[in-house]
Design a protein around this ligand. Sequence first.
Ligand code: PEP
Length: 252
Amino acid sequence: MLVAGNWKMNGSQAMVRALLPSLAGEIAGIGVDVVVCPPFPYLSLAVECLAGSVLGVGAQDMHPAPCGAHTGEVSAQMLLDVGCNWVILGHSERRAGNGEDDLAVARKTRTALAAGLSPIVCVGETLEQREAGRTFDVVAAQLSAVLEGAGPERAASLVLAYEPVWAIGTGLTASPEQAQEVHSRLRQQAEAFAPDAGRSLRVLYGGSVKAANAAALFAMPDIDGGLIGGASLDAGEFAAICRAAEGRSWNS
Ligand code: PEP
């Protein structure tokens, strides 16, 4: 199981210094992979604060090019250079607010994997798409681009996050059954692309996960953890979500 916290554009140096050591203490020895993804300016500090712990640090985006004339952007090598091993890609807020399309997400995925970063790639439908019965088509098209970007030889190293857009930051959560249905389709599609990928791919659920609903979601056979937004800003709540993931091996 893997639980990742997406801080989005929240936090401060003081918050990194207070929250991360307390989180590391609360979940010391836990049998779950845990990653925190603060904003770019706090990544180095997060790495420093988590030295000696097993928590990973991730970024929330990166540029697909290795370097060059891309003002305001950050490359995979820079993330590795400051001690990051993870990166969230294709979050719906970036797809909607920054014009990221499937091709851009696929390029970033390819670059991240080639550089040795572990990408957590987000897919998910809007409420309008769900109500029109298009959920599976939408996520299948998004996943197809990601798999092409990864290529069959690297697809097994992907982490996907199914994040229904209507459940992000809204307090609405997909029911465990609704999420399971999509996760299982995503896994089948990955398996058809590369048999290894179907077996080893981790598919996280994201969308208003809290300590109160995490255990029911994580009990589903194809839910391999969570991508947590708002609740990751509270060390106690986030630790409780991580504990809810404990006890289930991600590929069982
Ligand atoms: C997210 O932004 O990835 C997310 C899942 O947010 P929240 O948990 O706040 O819905």
